[in-house]
Design a protein around this ligand. Structure first.
Ligand code: MG
Ligand code: ZN
Length: 166
């Protein structure tokens, strides 16, 4: 099984400053994300989201807010024919010393344990932050960056799709 590991915030939906996450219930999609995910799905990638949610552990939002937002995102993707295989999230404080907060590999290890048919040599990782990049590098899997709109015009979902197609 070839897998695309996907960051969530800033990659699929817009990210916000920590203090502004509370009360967010409807994802604002990153341009091209829906089309990009649909493309990856068509290419045969299983889609697995791995997302740092220290905003839970650090008290910016409660777990229920995370779940509501996630449900809304899943619904939005499903409306567009996109099915995520799974979602792994790290709810811990950044200073908790857990093994799952990216760039630590814990969420990918959890995924490998749950899906033994997963082939890491065929995996890719798509994200917008240094943590995502470092994690991909440490695992030796290709990293594709989604940059904040306008900052790196060549690092967007369109360029990800083109690179994956090659
Ligand atoms: Mg992100
Ligand atoms: Zn964690």
């Amino acid at each position: 099984m070839k897998t695309a590991f996907l960051d969530r915030d800033g990659t699929i939906n817009r990210d916000y400053p920590d203090s502004q996450w509370s009360g967010k219930t409807v994802p604002e999609m990153i341009p091209g994300a829906v089309e990009g995910l649909r493309f990856l799905q068509k290419q045969g990638y299983a889609l697995i989201m791995i997302t740092n949610q220290y905003v839970i552990g650090e008290g910016y939002i409660i777990l229920e807010e995370y779940q509501n937002f996630t449900d809304s995102l899943i619904h939005r993707l499903a409306e567009n024919g996109i099915q995520l295989l799974d979602i792994f999230y790290c709810p811990h404080r950044r200073d908790a010393g857990c093994g799952c907060c990216k760039p630590k590999p814990g969420m990918i290890e959890q995924a490998l344990e749950k899906y033994p048919e997963m082939d890491l040599t065929q995996a890719i990782l798509i994200g917008d932050s240094a943590g995502d990049r470092i994690l991909a590098q440490s695992l030796g899997i290709p990293f594709y960056e989604i940059a904040e709109e306008g900052r790196h015009p060549q690092k967007n979902w369109r360029s990800v799709c083109e690179a994956v197609r090659e």
